[in-house]
Ligand binder design. Sequence first.
Ligand code: ASP
Length: 346
Amino acid sequence: MTKIPHIYLIYTGGTIGMVKDFETGALKAFNFDKLLKHVPELNHLNCTIDTFSFDVPIDSSDMDIEEWVFIAELIERNYEKYDGFVILHGSDTMAYTSSAFSFMFKNLAKPIIFTGSQLPIGDLRTDAKENLITSIEIAAKQNKDGKPLINEVCLYFEYKLYRANRTVKMNAEHFQAFSSPNCLPLAESGVHLKFKRQLLEKTSTEKKLEVRKRFDNNIAVLKLFPGITKQVVESVLNIEGLKGVVLETFGSGNATSKQWFLDLLQDAVNKEIKIINVTQCAGGSVIMGKYNASVHLDKMGVISGFDITSESALVKLMYMLGMKVPNNEFKSIFESPLRGELTILE
Ligand code: ASP
C-alpha cells in the first residue's frame, strides 16, 4: 500500500498571503500556521501538510540570492521527510527564483512547485485558492509505485503547470500572469488534471541529490536598442570585475554590425567575459549565423542562448560562474540543456 504523501508548504510572501480586513479595507499578512482553518478545502486532499512561513513575509522584489539559499537549505534539510514541496512566492520575480531552483537542485527526484496569485487569498474573487490547492495536489501526485510523478521544479498558475525555467511573467493584472513561450505546459487543470507525461523530466532516484548554492552575480544585462551609444555599451562592458553579460539582441540573435560595437564585444570576449546571446522576442530561438547581423557574434565566440528566456539565462550564467566552470568548457556547457531550460537548434 502506498503511504499518504507528506507535503512541505513554504510561504515567503507576495500577494497570495494577504487577507483583506473587510472593516478597514487594508491588506494584512495571513497566518499560515492557521492555513487549514482558513482554507478548509485542503482537508479534502489526500495528503498531510506542514507549513513554514518567513517571519517577515517579503515582496518578491526583495528576493535575493541570500533568500534563495535560505529556502533551498530548508528544502535540503527536509528533503527525506517530505514527498513534495510547494513554495508560495510573489509573482513578480517568481520566474527568476524558480529558474534558480531548477539549477540548484541536481538529481531532484521530488516536486518543487512554485505558485502565487494576482489577488490575495482573502479576496472574494481570488485566484489564490485554486493555485494553492492544485499546486499541493500536483506536489502530492504519485505514480503507481508510490514515487512522485514530478521530479523537477515547476511553476503552477491559472490552470497550467509549467517547467519553471521556461516561464516569464507577461501580465501584471490578468489571472493568467505567466507564459512559457518555448515549452508546452506540463499539465493542465480543468475538469481533470491532465499531465503530459512525455514532457516530464525523468530522474533516476539512484543518483544522490546535490544542492548547489553558489551564484556569482558579477554580471549585467544589456538590452540593445536602435540608437544605442558606444558610451553605454563601453560602460557596461568595462564594469570592474564583470564576468558575464546577457545580451538581449533583436529577432533571431541579431545586433548592429557597427565596428565600434564589434570591437568592444571582441575585447570583452578576449578578457573571458561570457556574452550570452538571447532574443528580445517573446518567443522563438537565437540562430547565430542565420543573418549577416549575427555572423560576427558567432565568429568571436559569443554564446548562444538558443530559446532560453532572459530570466533563465541570467540565473544560469550566475550559477555556472558560481560553479567556476572553466573558460574552455563554458560555451559548450551553456549551450546544452542542464535542466530542460533550452532547446538546441541543429
Ligand atoms: N508584488 C508582489 C510580489 O511579487 C506581486 C505578487 O505577489 O503577485 O511579491
